[in-house]
Design a binder for this molecule. Structure first.
Ligand code: ITT
Length: 194
C-alpha cells in the first residue's frame, strides 16, 4: 500500500512523510496541482473535502494501490476569541503567506498587550481507503508569544511554546516536535485504519 498526501503545504508533507515507514507521496507527485475549495466550518469537514477531492481523481486501479490521507490543521488562541482556528492559513488574507499569518498573529497579541497567552494546535486527519472514509484528531497545547524565535518547523512554530518547555518549536529539533505534535497524535490514531 502507498499513501497519497492530499496537501500542498510543504511543512506538513515533510512531517507526514517522516512519520510513515511506507511509500508516501504528495499528490502533486501523482497528478497535476488543482485548487481545492475548503469551505467547511470545522477542521474535520475541511480534511474530508481535501481527501475526497483527491480520491475522486483516482482511477479504480489507483484506488487499489493508494490510500488518500489529508490534514487540516491550525492554531487557536482563546484569549483572542479563538482566532485564527480553521482560518489559520488565510488569517492575513486570501493570498497570505505563512510569514504574513505569523506576523499578523504576533501583531494582534501586541495590540492586545498579551506577550504570552495559552494557545493550541488542532490537526484533523482524513483517510480514504477503498472508498471508506475515517477521521481522527490530535491536539498540542502550549502558549504563543509576541515574537518570533527560531527557524525550525513551519507556519506559527516560531511563536509557539509547547506545554512543559521554555523554547518555541522554531528553536526545537524536528524530532522533539514529532514526539509532541498534534499531527503525530492524529496520525498515530490514523495508523489503525491504515
Ligand atoms: P493544504 O490545505 O494544502 O494541506 P494549507 O496550508 O492550506 O495546506 P490548512 O488549510 O490546514 O493547510 O492550514 C493550516 C495552517 O495552520 C497552515 O498554513 C499553518 O500556518 C498552520 N499550521 C498547521 N499545522 C502547523 C504546524 O504543525 N506548525 C505550524 N503551523 C501549523
Amino acid at each position: 500500500m502507498k499513501i497519497i498526501i492530499a496537501s500542498s503545504n510543504q511543512g506538513k508533507i515533510k512531517e507526514i512523510k517522516k512519520f510513515f515507514n511506507m511509500d508516501t507521496y504528495a499528490y502533486s507527485e501523482i497528478m497535476d496541482y488543482f485548487d481545492i475549495v475548503e469551505d467547511a466550518d470545522t477542521f474535520k469537514g475541511n480534511a474530508i473535502l481535501k481527501a475526497e477531492a483527491i480520491n475522486n481523481k483516482l482511477t479504480l486501479e489507483q484506488k487499489k494501490e493508494f490510500i488518500v490521507l489529508s490534514d487540516d490543521s491550525g492554531i487557536t488562541v482563546p484569549s483572542l476569541g479563538n482566532v485564527p482556528g480553521i482560518y489559520s492559513a488565510r488569517y492575513a488574507g486570501a493570498n497570505a503567506t505563512s510569514k504574513d499569518n505569523l506576523a499578523k498573529l504576533i501583531n494582534t497579541l501586541k495590540e492586545n498587550n498579551l506577550n504570552k497567552t495559552p494557545a493550541y494546535y488542532t490537526c484533523a486527519i482524513a483517510v480514504i481507503a477503498n472508498d471508506r472514509l475515517s477521521t481522527t484528531h490530535g491536539w498540542m497545547h502550549g502558549n504563543v508569544i509576541d515574537e518570533e524565535r527560531g527557524t525550525n518547523g513551519f507556519g506559527y512554530d516560531p511563536m509557539f511554546i509547547p506545554e512543559g518547555f521554555n523554547t518555541t518549536l522554531g528553536e526545537m529539533s524536528e524530532d522533539i516536535k514529532k514526539e509532541l505534535s498534534h499531527r503525530t497524535q492524529a496520525l498515530n490514531l490514523a495508523k489503525y485504519f491504515i
